[in-house]
Design a protein around this ligand. Sequence first.
Ligand code: B12
Length: 153
Amino acid sequence: MTNEITNAVLEGNLYDIADIIERHLGAGETPMACLEAMIAGLDETGKLFERGDYFVPELMIAADTFKAGMEVLAPRLTGEDRKYKGSVVLGTVHGDVHDIGKNLVGFMLECNGFKVIDLGTNVPAARFVEAVKTHSADVLAMSALLTTTMLSK
Ligand code: B12
């Protein structure tokens, strides 16, 4: 039954994923089973990408679908259910708005069991520092695509 959730991620069914998950939860499936079904969809998406059958847009829409599903699931997953390998503060540095690569990195980390705190784009150094302290992050991951922002402060 959870195949429907796996397929929704695989097909990038961004607008229906929340309803699909709500329906499965209503039918008695656990939040963890729904999450595992979403992860299976991401795994398959990754394999299709590696084989050259999927391209960056498909990867991005699958990641967005996963995120939309997580908005429904996250409040229902207890701390015990979710065992992260570590936490990562992620963002694109000040002066830079490129976020496609950053989002892909975040997506890969999430798929592989890391908690990702994504600060978005154009993030000043002070906000990175604050977020690392607030979330006691294990890793700080910064994206910079411009020569001029590589030394951004
Ligand atoms: C799309 C794009 C844009 C879009 C961005 C949209 C968005 N939402 O991201 C728009 C149109 C807004 C844009 C604007 C600009 N861009 Co632009 N852009 C690109 C382009 C074509 C693709 C970048 C991309 O998304 N690639 C696809 C992703 C998947 O790859 P990626 O970003 O490299 O990410 C991978 C790795 O780098 C790595 N990675 C990335 N981040 C991180 C972080 C961590 C922690 C880790 C571990 C790994 C990692 O993992 C990712 C997955 O493999 C590149 C050229 C190119 N072919 O790369 C130019 C490019 C980056 N842009 C460039 C420039 C100059 C600009 C502008 C200044 C143009 C202008 N004159 O206005 C503005 C700057 C705006 C700003 N202040 O940021 C230059 C930079 C040159 C330089 N040396 O500085 C490039 C290289 C184009 C060029 N050849 O001139 N751009």
